[in-house]
Design a protein around this ligand. Structure first.
Ligand code: PLP
Length: 409
């Protein structure tokens, strides 16, 4: 089917737009003053009408057919197809029968952000745009840097100077142009918009560029391919700006539209207690613009969820829910997952699991649960260190080793 039948749609007012380089927000609904606010007028990709119920149940589908850029424009770096791991030790420990960890930390740059960067890079290639700008607390930046390097494009990164070192190292290693900002993510976000306006470079900011939600939907396509069309009851995922949330929901809705899925699983967004802007908006229908985040889970630490309005509407539409986990619960969950599954994810990802632990008494034991682990733990070793105790050095003497280890049988 022809790719040009994909369009952008504003779900607030129903306006549709052609998918073009300089089209980011809905002209009718966009807020004149973007600074420090959730974005109004976020666009989503609308699948061509001809796709409706085009895939019969159990038929296989190729996610590239449902993306608005042809496969030939995508970089060669392999993004997605991440592990879907049955967590048998965790099931046994908690008394559940079916818990699966979907580990997106195995993406090339170590996070789910690669799914969005991959599509944005392909779009830029198709439109012969050589430079891509992004503001990020770290993962979107390192992701864009790596994917752009693979595609031979330039990445220009606006990053708070406080971002974890490993993420900065990744950006520089991939050869991106990095502009560390003496300010928070929100300051970097707004500055990057001004910069792309002046230069005409493509902006990949999360939420703002509609292809970020679209790229992230691919994780839902994989979950359905891996679990079966009606194989999941609950999906837990972390929420920062809410783009993963909207992407995952968009993926399931698209799958329903094409006829590959009937019932959308219960979606549970998890936020850090110290970054609960989205949680309060969901329950109080009100955005507190003076909110200041404070959590150790840096990838979900945002003052203003840029995709806030859209994500709240999306989550309500599918009857989902939001829970909070504090930093200690998140770090404990991070360690627990590692020790019972062999997966080392970063704190923001462990938040998904911490949210599941908080809700588990309300979930029947036989339910099929997918926990989305969005990023690799090695990206933020400093935080992981907080929940570890380091053993003292031992003399190189076998008797001393035996003594320090304690009974071995
Ligand atoms: C960006 C990110 C999140 C949060 O995603 P949003 O789309 O901002 O809600 C969670 N985990 C990791 C590892 C991330 O990089």
């Amino acid at each position: 089917m022809k790719k040009q039948t994909f369009k952008y749609i504003c779900e607030t007012c129903g306006s549709t737009y052609a998918i073009e380089e300089d089209r980011m927000l809905c002209s009718q609904c966009r807020d004149e003053n973007l600074e420090g606010k959730p974005l109004r007028g976020i666009l989503k990709v609308k699948l061509p009408d001809a796709f409706r119920l085009s895939v019969r149940k159990h038929a296989s589908f190729d996610v590239f057919d449902y993306l608005p850029v042809e496969r030939k424009f995508f970089p060669l770096l392999p993004v997605g197809n991440t592990p879907f791991v049955k967590a048998v030790n965790i099931e046994r420990d908690l008394g559940f029968k079916n818990i699966v960890l979907k580990f997106d930390g195995t993406n090339p740059t170590g996070s789910l952000k690669d799914r969005a960067s991959y599509l944005v890079s392909a779009f830029a290639k198709k439109h012969r745009i050589a430079s891509i700008v992004v503001a990020s607390t770290g993962n979107a930046a390192s992701s864009m840097a790596g994917v752009a390097a693979s595609a031979g494009q330039q990445a220009i990164i606006f990053m708070p100077s406080t971002a974890p070192k490993a993420k900065l190292v990744q950006c520089l290693q991939y050869g991106a142009t990095v502009i560390p900002i003496d300010g928070d993510y929100d300051a970097a976000f707004d500055l990057s918009l001004k910069f792309s306006e002046r230069t005409g470079y493509l902006n990949r900011n999360t939420g703002y560029n509609p292809l970020t939600i679209e790229g992230k939907k691919t994780v839902s396509f994989e979950i359905v391919a891996q679990a079966g069309s009606n194989g999941v009851d609950y999906v837990f995922l972390p929420v920062g700006d809410g783009v993963i949330l909207s992407g995952v929901i968009k993926g399931f809705l698209d799958l329903q539209f094409i006829g590959a899925m009937k019932q959308i699983p219960k979606i549970i967004g998890v936020q850090a207690k110290g970054s609960s802007f989205f949680h309060s908006a969901f329950y109080q229908n009100k955005f507190d613009l003076s909110y200041r985040a404070d959590t150790t889970a840096d990838s979900i630490s945002v003052n203003v969820a840029r995709n806030g309005y859209t994500a709240v509407a999306d989550l309500k539409r599918v009857n989902g829910d939001v829970v909070l986990a504090d930093d200690k619960e998140i770090l404990d969950a991070q360690k627990y997952i590692s020790q019972l599954s062999g997966i080392f994810c970063e704190p923001s990802s462990a938040a998904s699991f911490a949210g599941f632990l908080k809700m588990k008494e309300r979930i029947p034991r036989g339910k099929r649960i997918v926990i989305l682990l969005t990023g690799h733990g090695l990206k933020d070793v400093d935080n992981a260190m907080k929940s570890l105790s380091f053993p003292d050095a031992c003399e190189p003497d076998i008797e001393k080793v035996m003594k320090s280890i304690g009974p071995t049988h």
